[in-house]
Design a protein around this ligand. Structure first.
Ligand SMILES: [Zn+2]
Length: 314
């Protein structure tokens, strides 16, 4: 059984909360009073104090959206645009991981610099040596997402903030293919400005083309191989510049399990995520839900790739 977290306005990121939403930092005294009898670990205390000691990006400030503190040196108009996308993403993450044992009890921090140089400097200052080729990074040390404005910034935020959310709610219990596949899945979403919600499930033509080419050329990875890739191997492939296949196939498998066969696997995928939340290992959880023989799934995934049509532009 998955442990269900009761959703109410006492729980920040609550989807059912109809009042102020997430408690702001100015409300932290209330949070601490409310949860005062609970054990507050050192990391949480440190995180609560950090905003008071960390300066904002030069000439910038903190823009507080419903779910995020966005530290920027962008214009107020850009802050608002970024905040709108981030809140839609935050709501979508909460929906997917609803009922998990972990929860987010504060606004999450994102640093968006106006320039690449500013982003690299901010990362180096607060987190360590950045990968200069990365368009954005989630830093687990300070649980902050770093990126810079310009083309693709919203995609990067939707991707990296999924990692940030997962780190809070599921921790390291999500296998790398699931974590990255879902991050790619959210990255491909678009914002419906009218409803303020993300439209999920977009299928870009370039992804289909690349995946079909891999299938044809024999560079396709069997599902069993994808499931077995560990974090270190994944990172090594990224460093070597040979990570396109793993990202693409992780995206496709997540897309299939969420949308494939008219949603036939949606509940199973949810069950799989639930087992991970219960600390069942990745491959064991997958086997328990989808069976030990992956050949039927492999075949259905191949057929899905063959029949999938690009939708939503791109
Ligand atoms: Zn990622």
């Amino acid at each position: 059984m998955r442990h269900l977290v009761p959703f109410s306005c006492n729980v920040p990121w609550s989807l059912n909360c109809t009042t102020a939403g997430v408690l702001g930092l100015s409300d932290m005294s209330d949070v601490l009073a409310e949860y005062g009898r609970r054990v507050v670990n050192r990391r949480v205390v440190a995180l609560l104090l950090l905003p008071f000691f960390w300066p904002s990006l030069a000439t910038g400030g903190n823009f507080k959206s419903r779910y995020y503190i966005i530290e920027t040196n962008l214009s107020p108009e850009r802050d608002a645009v970024v905040g709108e996308v981030m809140d839609a993403a935050g709501k979508a993450y909460s929906t997917m991981f609803r009922g998990f044992r972990g929860s987010v009890r504060r606004k999450l921090r994102v640093r968006v610099s106006a320039t690449k140089e500013g982003y690299l400097a901010a990362y180096a200052r607060f987190c360590g040596t950045p990968n200069k080729n990365a368009r954005g990074i989630y830093c687990g040390t300070d649980q902050t997402v770093y990126t810079y404005d310009g083309d693709g910034v919203e995609r990067v935020l939707k991707h990296e903030c999924l990692h940030q959310f997962v780190d809070h709610v599921v921790g390291g219990r999500l296998p790398i293919w699931t974590n990255e596949g879902l991050a790619e899945y959210f990255e491909e979403s678009t914002l419906d400005k009218r409803s303020g919600q993300l439209r999920l499930g977009r299928v870009p033509a370039w992804r289909l083309k690349a995946l079909r080419k891999a299938k044809k050329k024999g560079t396709w990875m069997p599902v069993s191989r994808l499931l077995a890739i560990g974090g270190r191997e994944w990172s090594d492939n990224v460093r070597r510049g040979s990570s396109n296949a793993q990202y693409g196939q992780a995206w496709l498998l997540c897309h299939f399990l969420i949308h494939g066969d008219g949603g036939a696997y949606t509940k199973l995928f949810d069950r799989y995520l639930g087992l991970l939340d219960e600390s069942v290992g990745g491959e064991a959880a997958f086997k328990r839900v989808f069976g030990g023989d992956l050949a039927p799934l492999e075949s259905k995934l191949g057929a899905y790739l063959g029949s999938l049509k690009a939708k939503g532009g791109g």
